[in-house]
Each structure stands twice: as C-alpha cells, then as structure tokens.
Design a protein around this ligand. Structure first.
Ligand SMILES: Cc1cc2nc3c(=O)[nH]c(=O)nc-3n(C[C@H](O)[C@H](O)[C@H](O)COP(=O)(O)O)c2cc1C
Length: 182
C-alpha cells in the first residue's frame, strides 16, 4: 500500500482486493510502506557483489516477503504522474534483486508468480497512469513477477471519495479474486 493516507482511496481499494483474494483462500499480508523505514537507493552498488543491499532498514523484512509471495499487488495514488516516493523507494531498493537476476544470474523463484497494479489519481488525463505502469511492469520483471492485471481509477481525489465511485470497489474485489484464480 503506497499511499500515506490510511482509509484513503488506495487503501480502500486494496482492502477490497485483499478481501476478494482472501475469499478464494489466499493468505494475504498488507504492507503499509509509509509506516516503514525505507531509505532511498544510494547507489552504493554493494548488491552487484552478492545480491544484497548494504543499507540496513525495514527492507530487510521486505525482500523475503517479496520473494516468497505467489501474488503481488502494488497499490498507489498518482503523485506527479508517478508512484508515491514511499513505494518508489521500496522499488528502487529492489535493485538488489535485479542484480541477483541480471548480474549474478541467480534464479529468483519465478514459477507462476503474478502481480497486479491498482492506482488512483485526481485528474483524468490520457497519460495519467502511463509512467507508473511502466515502473510497476519493470519492477515486476526484476523480481520475476508477471504483470497480469490492473485497476486504474481516474477522477478521485478526496479521502474516501472512492466510495462514491459506481464500480471501483467491486472492481477491486474482482481483481483480487481473479489474481488468485489465475
Ligand atoms: C503530492 C501529490 C501529488 C499528486 N499528483 C497528482 C497527479 O500528478 N495527477 C493526479 O491526477 N493526481 C495527483 N494527486 C492527487 C491524488 O492522486 C489523489 O488525491 C488520490 O485520490 C489520493 O489517493 P489516496 O487517498 O489513496 O492517497 C496528487 C496528490 C498529492 C498529495
């Protein structure tokens, strides 16, 4: 969950998606990135030596979770046409996993791992989600997760405004359900 706003639009959508997944028997864990201490990548490049980041912070707990998950959902509001800096920091720190795969040629657990992207933004521009989709696709590729689904909701701004949207919450529930069934 990449939004700092608890019970905000992203949070509510993700909760529905997780409800949908749980209904299919999935064991789910929601990570609220804003509550974690995750430094941005500092380009120390320790990871190219052994696949591990040299920075010690809450990413220590995130790497094993990301590698163990059968399904991954990134959920984020759009901030300046991108993901929030909270979730972007987490993604950038996955350069360590990128290094394992592409530099050290280690195999990541890649069998049947799939992922989806949920995003909300206030405006309705045609390219509102384009940059973030590219980021999430490249992130998933680096951690050997296939990008299979997305829910992109424009025109939603105030906290909880998503509840007034005619379909978004049920769409999120369905996304969560599909992601387990696929
Ligand atoms: C720092 C900041 C940057 C934002 N940038 C954009 C933007 O580029 N495009 C857009 O449509 N909405 C933008 N928004 C609006 C949020 O995407 C919108 O309020 C969203 O509903 C917030 O979701 P949340 O409740 O899950 O945090 C921005 C909001 C903030 C706080």
């Amino acid at each position: 969950m990449g939004s700092p706003r608890i019970k905000g639009n992203t949070d509510l959508l993700l909760d529905e998606a997780l409800k949908g997944a749980r209904g299919q028997g999935a064991e789910v864990e929601k990570v609220i990135v804003d509550k974690l201490n995750i430094a941005p990548c500092r380009e120390y490049y320790g990871c190219v030596k052994d696949g591990n980041c040299v920075i010690r912070d809450d990413m220590d707990n995130i790497y094993p979770k990301l590698l163990a998950a059968d399904r991954v959902i990134v959920a984020s509001p759009i901030f300046f046409y991108g993901l929030t800096s909270q979730v972007k920091a987490l993604i950038d720190r996955c350069q360590a996993l990128w290094a394992r795969k592409y530099i050290l040629k280690q195999s990541l657990p890649d069998s049947d791992r799939k992922g989806a992207f949920i995003a909300v933004g206030a405006t309705r521009g045609k390219k509102l989600f384009d940059g973030s989709i590219l980021t999430v696709k490249y992130f998933f590729k680096a951690i050997s997760v296939e990008y299979v689904d997305e829910l992109l909701v424009p025109g939603v701004d105030k906290r909880g405004e998503i509840k007034e949207h005619p379909t978004a919450l049920s769409d999120a529930f369905e996304l969560g359900r599909r992601l387990v069934q696929i």
